[in-house]
Design a binder for this molecule. Sequence first.
Ligand SMILES: [Zn+2]
Length: 242
Amino acid sequence: MKRGAALLELQDVDLEVLRSQKRLDEMPEKRLILEVRHKTRDVTALRAKANELVSRLGAAVSRHEDECAMIATKLDDEQAKLMSGDVTNPKMVMNITREMDALKRRKDKLEMDEIELMERVEKAKSQVAKVDAALGQLSAKEASLIDQYKTKGAEMISEIDRLKARREELTHAVDAQTLTTYESIRESKGGVGAGRLAGTMCTACRMELPAERVAELKSGPDIAMCPQCRRLIVMTPAEDQE
Ligand SMILES: [Zn+2]
């Protein structure tokens, strides 16, 4: 392979590697995975809040139950006192009766409140279940995106490996001096280090070159420097024949 042709193919391969690398970096799956992870984090925070509400309401229900039990014991005690016949003073009987009425009212109120609390517990629990279902869906989505990313990514990575192997072959067909120049220009000029003389145009900068420059280039070596963009410019056999 002639060094000019090798250099031009090397340029093509290098651009293809850059494009593949960029595609790999910009895979939509990568962005979607990050989005799903952000959402998962938000929903997990929601679940923590919903769980906290369930336990807070549960604790309130327990407190109500404890107080109701306490009042029930007290009512039994007062009732026993009345039934024992020990309390005969009508004023004391009236006091105990009044006390018992107050306890019953308190107990009724607590029981009503407890029913309301239990309804709220149920609602909070169903909220937790909904959040759990959403988390399950998000986790399944993330797993499938990771699979897609790995499959597509693997294809791109093997394509890049193939291009790099071809690159290695091509570098052997270009002399070391030209290769070094090409690499340094490629690095400083946006990934493009070499072009071809196509008619009177440099394919690297797409500038028409003055006729006398073209004549100079054609009478010179097969690889020269573009007078416009200062990149390597290759005289291809087809152009030589013109
Ligand atoms: Zn040029």
